[in-house]
Write a protein of this length. Sequence first.
Length: 84
Amino acid sequence: EKGYTCQSWAEQFPHQHARTHANFPDAGLGGHNHCRNPDGEMSPYCFTTDPVMRWDYCDVGSPNLKGCEEEDDDDDDDDDDDDD
């Protein structure tokens, strides 16, 4: 929330932690630094790359209650290349 850069979940520097893919295999942790909530905090968070600020909550906005929509692929009919 305060503008810190998130540390990758796969890294242990500058902050060591136990929130790893091995410990939370269904939490979406891995080789990225996107905000997650693997252990049920009040909001998604991340460890920061700032040596003084261990972690911070993330402002990820409200969940999209509508869900994901499929793209309309009707315009992609040219996938069948008929070399005339």
